[in-house]
Structures are given as structure tokens and as C-alpha cells.
Design a protein around this ligand. Structure first.
Ligand SMILES: CC(C)(COP(=O)(O)OP(=O)(O)OC[C@H]1O[C@@H](n2cnc3c(N)ncnc32)[C@H](O)[C@@H]1OP(=O)(O)O)[C@@H](O)C(=O)NCCC(=O)NCCS
Length: 195
């Protein structure tokens, strides 16, 4: 089984969040975008847009860089085998050009989920990520036993922080020296939205 390494959040083990239950695809109120399941023919656009240092530098190291076609194939075939997929494509004009996903916690944190997202750079600044995050968050709270959805952006990721705040997430904490990225120790912020 290939490592679930190709997207920031690639499945939550005991997740009860199912793509089909989520009623995908959802039309987003921006730029003809949709949130929908990843499909095999998204491979070229996935690789094209994921293979970007400006995307990868803001994500966990399990999102590889460079992002090779083999990474995309491995991700899509891994995802196709998941019984409870929790990552979805952000699609613009029919092509999967970004991803958004939930990783549901376990045990006492089973009603809490971490959200992660990325978008191809040509589509930045149109409100697409904000719309996707708001839609996924609202839909997940409506349909599932989640009381909290949270995110942990790097403190220097101004665009993602803005996305979170526009989507109604509040800053709960400043995690000092909590991550290492590209050999540098960095801070992260903790953001959450509640049911
Ligand atoms: C973060 C990301 C998903 C945002 O996608 P997007 O569709 O461009 O986001 P939106 O258009 O909905 O909103 C972006 C907001 O950030 C703002 N912004 C962008 N760059 C900024 C910067 N350097 N400083 C301050 N604000 C910035 C934009 O102006 C916009 O805010 P506005 O609507 O008030 O003008 C995209 O940049 C991305 O994929 N980045 C790499 C991966 C990543 O960071 N993922 C999140 C990990 S926590």
C-alpha cells in the first residue's frame, strides 16, 4: 500500500465522514468551482498543480515535492481503496486543481476533525479556498457527529490564516516552535470552528 502521503489530510481511520453521505459534488459560489470526489482522470491536473513549491512549502512533508506523476497515481489509487474517503477535489472547469480534507480524531477526540486544503496557484485569490472551507465545514457539522473542526497553519501562512478567519474560524492558540519545515523551526497557529 503506498503511503497516504500525497495530500495534507488523507484519511482518519475511524472516520464516519463519507463522500457519498456528504452529498458531493457541491457547487461553490465562486469561479465555477466544485467540491467533489477525486477521479482517476484528475491525475494530470493534480500533478500539474500539486507540483509547486509555493503549495508544498505550506503543507506537511507527507505532501511531496517535487510532486511526480507516481505520487499522484499512488494517491488516487490509495484513495480509491478507502472505504471512507475524507479528502475531496476542488474542481474548476471540470479539473481537480486542489484538495480539501478532514482527518477525524480518535478515542476521546473522535468528535473533532482537522481540516486541510490546498489550491493550484493559478486559481489563488478568487475566494475558492474560503468557499470550499466554509462549505465543507458547514456540511460536516450538519451531517456528522463533529463538535469541532480545526486547522494548524504555519504562522507565516498569511493567505491560509485569512481563509480560516473569513470562513469563521477563530484563533485559539499560538504553538511556539511547534513544527520543522524545510529545516527551519516554525510556529503554528491553532484555529477552530465549532458546531
Ligand atoms: C491558502 C490557499 C488555499 C488560499 O487559497 P485561495 O483560494 O487563494 O484563498 P481565497 O481567495 O479564498 O482567500 C485568500 C485570502 O488571503 C489573502 N492573502 C493572500 N496572500 C496574502 C498575504 N501574503 N498576506 C495577507 N493576505 C493574503 C487574500 O487577499 C485573500 O483575502 P481577501 O479575500 O480578504 O482579499 C492557497 O494559497 C494555497 O493553496 N496555499 C498553499 C497551501 C496552503 O497554504 N494550504 C493551507 C495549509 S494550512
Amino acid at each position: 500500500m503506498p503511503p497516504p502521503a500525497q495530500l495534507p489530510y488523507a484519511g482518519g481511520g475511524t472516520s464516519r465522514v463519507r463522500a457519498e453521505e456528504m452529498g458531493l459534488p457541491w457547487a461553490l459560489p465562486v469561479a465555477g468551482a466544485l467540491v467533489r470526489p477525486w477521479a482517476p482522470d484528475d491525475l494530470p491536473s493534480l500533478v500539474q498543480h500539486a507540483n509547486n513549491p509555493n503549495v508544498a512549502r505550506q503543507l506537511r512533508d507527507r505532501f511531496p515535492h517535487p510532486y511526480e506523476p507516481a505520487h499522484g497515481r499512488g494517491f488516487l489509487s490509495w484513495l480509491a481503496r478507502q472505504q471512507t474517503p475524507t479528502v475531496w477535489a476542488i474542481s474548476v472547469e471540470g479539473r481537480g486543481v486542489g484538495g480539501i480534507g478532514l482527518e477525524v480524531g480518535q478515542d476521546v477526540e473522535r468528535e473533532s476533525a482537522e481540516v486541510g486544503y490546498w489550491l493550484g496557484e493559478p486559481f489563488w485569490g478568487r475566494g475558492i479556498a474560503t468557499a470550499a472551507l466554509d462549505a465543507v465545514t458547514a456540511r460536516a457539522f450538519r451531517l456528522f457527529d463533529l463538535s469541532r473542526i480545526f486547522a494548524v497553519p504555519f504562522a507565516g501562512n498569511a493567505a491560509s490564516i485569512r481563509v480560516l478567519e473569513k470562513a469563521g474560524y477563530v484563533r485559539e492558540g499560538h504553538l511556539h516552535r511547534s513544527a520543522i519545515k524545510d529545516g527551519v523551526i516554525v510556529d503554528q497557529y491553532l484555529y477552530a470552528r465549532y458546531r
